[in-house]
Structure formats: structure tokens, C-alpha cells
Design a protein around this ligand. Structure first.
Ligand code: C5P
Length: 236
């Protein structure tokens, strides 16, 4: 598994449907980021061949957020392991059997080189009202803590959570779980559709291991300068 960074590391989300753009970003951003993230937009458009090309520049976080019956997720994890990602995501809401089966499938397929299995708790774009609409009472913090316990007990290596939940998870589970945190916005950048946000400095102070940042880098006039500036704040 990819080593945990000494200080919080930066993950650039390569959210585009265009493989040439993604590879251009990966090449240019490589000196400033520890990992690059391939999500649904790029993977659905271009598939495994693009993962292999991008992985030549930086370790890949394959963020496909699997959520299906355990047998199907296990098969998807085995297929994903053939692409040798450093991290991959499943939804904690899939439940303990799905998570445990995903972990076992990764161990079986990739042994010690397996990707970190990260459980997505509550999406960073989801607020209390959205949760309530889906029948979940109590708000994001309570739901994140419930899903965090469930996922870690079932064998997830870490969690994807929004900045405000990082200190709550650290208080409940200590330093061990790998915490990967999207919803990060450098001061002055647009929130977009993210609702539970913090600056990079705040997310690091709260205990994040990796910050996932997309549009504040990729939509910047100069993405390399934007990534370098964020990376400098993490190294400070
Ligand atoms: O552009 P932005 O910085 O908002 O991108 C955040 C990235 O993190 C997106 O690729 C999104 O899919 C991903 N993500 C998220 N919330 C989660 C899990 C992943 O925003 N809970």
C-alpha cells in the first residue's frame, strides 16, 4: 500500500472527460501532487487504458465509489486491482458485508501491493436537508460517525469525509484510519457544489492525511501555479 505522507499530501482530481487533458494535467501537476484522482467522468469516458497512461506520472486514486451487492463489488475490486491503483473507493452505506468482501478481494488480487480501500461516508456536497430527504435524520456529523465505525470495523483502511468531520473521526478512532478529505477550498476560491468546505490549512490542522482538490486547480488560469501554491501551504 502507498505510504501515509509525513505531512498532509495533495491529491489532484482530474475531472474531465478528455484523456488528453487529463494526461496533460497529470504530467504538469506531478511535481506538486502526491497522487492523482481518476473519477467517474474520466473513467466512464476512457476506461482502463487511460488509468495506465496516467499512472506513469503519479500513483492513481481510482474514485469509482462502488456500491452494489458484495459479489459484484468484489468482482469490481478485483478488476480495479489489475490497474494497480494506490487507492480506491467504495460507499460505506453499502454495509459491512460489502466492505469486508471488497477488502478481501483486494488482498486476494493484489496482496501487499493492494490499494487502500477507502469508504466514502457522506458526500461533501450533501447537507442536512439532503440527508433528511433520503430518510437520514440527525445531520451529516452523526451519519459520518455511524458510517465511519461501520466501515473501519468491516476492514476499510480509511475514510473519505468532509473537513468538519475530520476532528470527530480522529477523536473517535485515533490516528490510524487514513483520512482523505475533499471539499477543500483555498481562501477566495469558489465553492461550486461543495457544501461542507474548509481551507487546506484548516483541513490539515484537523488531521487530514490527504486533501482532494479538483476545480480550484483544474479551473485555475494556471493550474500548475495553483497546485504549487496549495502544496506550499501544506509544506509550511
Ligand atoms: O472540484 P472539487 O475540488 O470539488 O472536486 C472534489 C473531488 O472529490 C471530485 O472529484 C469529487 O468526485 C470527489 N469527492 C467529493 N466528495 C466525496 C468523495 C469524493 O467531492 N465524499
Amino acid at each position: 500500500m502507498l505510504a501515509r505522507p509525513n505531512r498532509a499530501g495533495l491529491i489532484a482530481a482530474l475531472d474531465t472527460h478528455d484523456p488528453a487533458t487529463a494526461e496533460r494535467w497529470a504530467t504538469a501537476l506531478a511535481p506538486h501532487v502526491g497522487v492523482v484522482k481518476i473519477g467517474l467522468e474520466l473513467f466512464v469516458a476512457c476506461g482502463p487504458a487511460t488509468v495506465a497512461r496516467i499512472a506513469r506520472h503519479r500513483p492513481v486514486f481510482l474514485d469509482l465509489k462502488f456500491h452494489d451487492i458484495p459479489n459484484t463489488v468484489a468482482g469490481a475490486v478485483r478488476s480495479a486491482c489489475a490497474l494497480r491503483p494506490a487507492m480506491l473507493t467504495i460507499h460505506a452505506a453499502g454495509g459491512p458485508a460489502m466492505i469486508a468482501t471488497a477488502r478481501a478481494a483486494a488482498e486476494d488480487a493484489a496482496g501487499p501491493d493492494r490499494p487502500a480501500i477507502l469508504a466514502v461516508t457522506v458526500l461533501t456536497s450533501t447537507d442536512a436537508a439532503t440527508l433528511a430527504e433520503t430518510g437520514v435524520a440527525g445531520g451529516p456529523a452523526q451519519q459520518v460517525l455511524r458510517l465511519a465505525r461501520l466501515a473501519l470495523d468491516a476492514g476499510a483502511d480509511g475514510l473519505v469525509c468532509a473537513p468538519p468531520e475530520v476532528p470527530l473521526i480522529r477523536a473517535a478512532h485515533g490516528a490510524q484510519p487514513l483520512l482523505v478529505v475533499p471539499g477543500v477550498r483555498p481562501a477566495g476560491s469558489a465553492r461550486g457544489d461543495q457544501s461542507r468546505v474548509a481551507t487546506p490549512e484548516e483541513a490539515v490542522a484537523a488531521g487530514a492525511d490527504w486533501l482532494v482538490i479538483g476545480r480550484p486547480i483544474t479551473a485555475a488560469t494556471d493550474p500548475v501555479a495553483a497546485a504549487a501554491a496549495i502544496a506550499a501551504t501544506l509544506a509550511a
